[in-house]
Ligand binder design. Structure first.
Ligand code: 5RP
Length: 235
């Protein structure tokens, strides 16, 4: 650990530096948000910076926000933003959200925060999607990362057995006081993808199993904003 406040994380970056990169990517994305828009709000620590930024800006009275999680909803309301329920809007102009991993083809793994189902519903509906991130999220191979899969609790033992039989390693996501529950009151399985599968193969196989609600695999036409130590890149 070095002299400064903040925790060392892989890549010799301090936690405070990482947060600064997240803040920069969120700040850049905020420039694409206009008043009178309907904004789909993602979930996670990078999106938290976006909420702060939008809350600080004074011209956001007409901006309607539909949130992908109860957590982001609460933060947005605390920041003085106008959050609406999905059934009062008829379109989404823009979604801004974070990612867990992204490859050069813009195939994405999400769901680290457990909000993948609502995030996907919003992203698929949006006219435009912007992924925001620090550079550590950009990788060559996303298949090395566990894929979050939301399942109905009743199906847990059936799905887990089936997946293990198909060659997946499966971990039920836990929190300190028990099993992690999504905002939809479902479980998350963090699933390691067999070497023989691409992420897309895995997603398609998983979506055919009864009890699986959705996976954290996203592949959409999106703009990416990646903040590194020296520059913020749009790609
Ligand atoms: C939540 C997500 C998040 O967007 C993803 O986990 C990235 O989070 P962070 O910005 O904290 O790294 O998919 O379900």
């Amino acid at each position: 650990m070095s002299c400064c406040s903040g925790i060392s994380i892989p890549g010799h970056m301090l936690m405070s530096e990482l947060e600064e990169l997240k803040r920069r990517s969120a700040q850049r994305a905020a420039a694409y948000v206009h008043d009178h828009m309907v904004l789909g709000l993602g979930t996670g620590s990078t999106v938290r910076w976006l909420i702060e930024e939008l809350g600080r800006q004074k011209d956001r009275q007409q901006l309607q926000i539909v949130s992908s999680s109860l957590f982001s909803k609460k933060r947005a309301e605390q920041a003085g933003l106008w959050v609406v329920e999905p059934d009062v809007i008829d379109h989404i102009d823009l979604v801004i959200d974070g990612v867990d991993q992204i490859n050069p083809r813009k195939q994405v793994i999400k769901g680290g925060g457990g909000a993948l189902v609502r995030e996907k519903i919003l992203a698929e509906e949006a006219k435009q999607v912007i992924w925001i991130m620090d550079t550590s999220k950009r990788v060559e191979t996303i298949e090395d990362y566990a894929l979050p899969v939301e399942i109905v609790p009743f199906s847990r033992s059936f799905v887990q057995r089936k997946l293990e039989h198909l060659g997946y390693a499966v971990k039920l996501r836990m929190r300190r006081d028990g099993t992690f529950l999504t905002d939809n009151q479902n479980y998350i399985l963090d699933v390691s993808i067999p070497a023989s599968h691409t992420i897309q193969d895995a997603h398609e196989e998983l979506m055919h199993i009864a009890g699986v609600v959705e996976t954290g695999y996203f592949h959409l036409d999106a703009m990416c904003i990646t903040a590194g130590m020296t520059e913020v890149a749009l790609w």
